[in-house]
Write a new protein. Structure first.
Length: 88
């Protein structure tokens, strides 16, 4: 499964978050590609995560959650799956 993850960074925890990212202590293995931030609100970021199911995603994402004020994860489907659903 793929998940579109939207987060708002907790600015008060930015230094600690940055340190964790630099030292590599946050598991990035489920993140596909880069994380992108909004130009007009750089505290908001978007990324795509891959996991076997929602439970596996939640376990992988758990270490990241303390550094965010807001999180939203939405399940994604492929374009082919979307076309099948839309054609019904």
């Amino acid at each position: 499964m793929y998940f579109q993850v939207r987060v708002r960074v907790d600015v008060a925890k930015m230094a600690e978050f940055g340190a964790k990212l630099r030292e590599g202590s946050l598991d990035r293995s489920a993140i596909r590609g880069e994380t992108y931030c909004l130009a007009d609100d750089p505290a908001v970021g978007f990324s795509i995560w891959e996991a076997r199911d929602r439970a596996e995603f939640e376990a992988a994402f758990a270490g990241w959650k303390p550094y965010y004020k807001e999180t939203e994860a939405r399940a994604l489907i492929t374009p082919a799956e979307a076309m099948t659903l839309l054609a019904r």
